[in-house]
Design a binder for this molecule. Structure first.
Ligand code: FAD
Length: 416
């Protein structure tokens, strides 16, 4: 295969939320970009399909409108969280929490919306091409690409390489950046169930068989729900059989899940994937290289949510990378700005969420907590804030954070 150009300022490997967001911001800043993915879009992605409000806000900031997403899925007007003893807490529309403006959108649709806009703006899209190898030559990266379902190969050069290729990142592994990382990993399974009618709500079950992970029902439309589970696998690779049997057991035995799925039937195959949880402190940059999204392990250790962090890290990497390109300095030293950013803005929150998750990893403590959340509006508002995004020490020291929590908490209490 011949392409007219093989050299670009920026090569982004992976066109999921991280890669597409990075591509959009790089183009807004005038960089010259090639976007590479091993699949043709729209493509499937194993996920809970929960798109938090703050991820949508980042999309609006990248030039999308509310209309781009409003018909794509199901708005989340309520969030029901169940403790191991079956006790439930509801967060809803007229409460000051984040759930009300979030959406459940199948990732096949959501990622395609982001991708199509990015693809229309970048200088070159190379799809479906798999990154199979890479080498640093002088001040550039040489990427060896192979057509996913064919034999064609391509060599592409770039001054700045953005690794956005997900949880099993080839970029992170081949550059040695993954070797050092000892981050914990969740194993997730998701299935679709057709039936309903499902409410505009999400359901989270801290069932004792899944702790410190959980089960979920996230309806993506009135009659289609994403149903899944996240658990800590016993080994780092995870045993798919184990997660499947725990999931089947919970779906059969949890009364509330049975009630919600009554009459609904599984649709298609269930998907299984690992989630790298972000609480490890090793570096995510090197000379001419930045890792973003799941490739960097930026997933909330408590919830398994990673779309927001993927988009945020993509946008931030593009902002720092575009400046580095203008200065003609993409050295590791110059890219330290990105290290400083994620260590200050993401890492403390990941650590906090990891500690919270450890706390939840006990039937007794989880029951204690959920019993209290039911009675105490302020604790409930704090829980939902932790749930929404890992909180850093910096956020916890902000008076306006606590004013928001107390106001929301008092509103919660009044409604009871
Ligand atoms: C079961 C499960 C449930 C989840 N639920 C939620 C949820 O409800 N809400 C939430 O916010 N997060 C959730 N997550 C996490 C979320 O899916 C990820 O954090 C998010 O997809 C990260 O985006 P990304 O762009 O970094 O990676 P990805 O979305 O994985 O995109 C990576 C892209 O890179 C491409 N790629 C990979 N390797 C190569 C290669 N060698 N060459 C070329 N291209 C390549 C892939 O095809 C893919 O398109 C869940 C994850 C799992 C596993």
């Amino acid at each position: 295969m011949r392409i007219s150009r093989v050299e670009f300022s920026v090569a982004i490997v992976g066109a999921g939320p991280a890669g597409s967001s990075a591509a959009l911001r790089f183009k807004q800043l005038g960089a010259d970009v090639v976007l590479i993915d091993r699949f043709v879009f729209p493509r499937e992605k194993v996920c809970g399909d929960g798109i938090p409000e703050k991820a949508l806000r980042l999309a609006y900031d990248l030039g999308f409108g509310t209309e781009d997403f409003s018909d794509a899925g199901n708005p989340v007007k309520k969030m029901h969280i169940y403790g191991p003893g079956g006790q439930s807490v509801v967060f809803g529309e007229d409460r000051a929490d984040a759930a009300a403006k979030s959406f459940c959108i199948s990732r096949k649709i959501f990622d395609n919306i982001l991708f199509q806009k990015a693809a229309s703006l970048v200088d070159r899209v190379l799809i479906p091409f798999n990154l199979v190898n890479l080498k640093r030559v002088g001040d550039k990266w040489n990427l060896e690409l192979k057509e996913t379902d064919g034999d064609r190969t391509l060599d592409v050069k770039a001054h700045l390489l953005i690794g956005a290729d997900g949880a099993n990142s080839v970029v992170a592994r081949k550059t040695g950046l993954f070797k050092e990382r000892k981050e914990p990993r969740f194993l997730g399974l998701r299935c679709y169930f057709i039936g309903g009618p499902f409410e505009q709500a999400v359901y989270i079950f801290y069932d004792r068989a899944a702790l410190p992970g959980y089960c979920w029902i996230f309806p993506v439309s009135e009659n289609l729900a994403n149903v899944g589970i996240m658990i800590f696998p016993k080994d780092r690779k995870g045993n798919p059989q184990n997660v499947r049997s725990i999931f089947e057991k919970i779906v059969q035995q949890n009364k509330e899940i049975r009630r919600l799925l009554k009459g609904a039937k599984p649709k298609g195959e269930c998907g299984i994937a690992l989630l790298p949880l972000g609480a490890s402190s090793e570096k995510r940059t090197d000379d001419g290289l930045i890792l973003i999204g799941d490739a960097a392990g930026f997933v909330n250790p408590m919830t398994g949510g990673g779309i927001y962090n993927a988009m945020l890290s993509g946008i931030t990497a593009a902002q720092i990378g575009a400046k580095a390109l203008v200065e003609k300095d993409c050295s590791r030293k110059r890219l330290r700005e990105y290290e400083t950013w994620w260590r200050k803005n993401l890492l403390p929150g990941f650590r906090f969420a990891q500690a919270f998750q450890k706390f939840l990893n006990s039937n007794f403590r989880s029951n204690w907590l959920f019993n209290r959340i039911r009675r105490n509006g302020i604790l409930a508002a704090f829980f939902i804030a932790v749930y929404g995004q890992p909180l850093s020490k910096f956020v916890l020291l902000q008076p306006h954070f606590w004013i928001k929590i107390i106001t929301a908490g008092l509103k919660n209490s009044k409604r009871k």
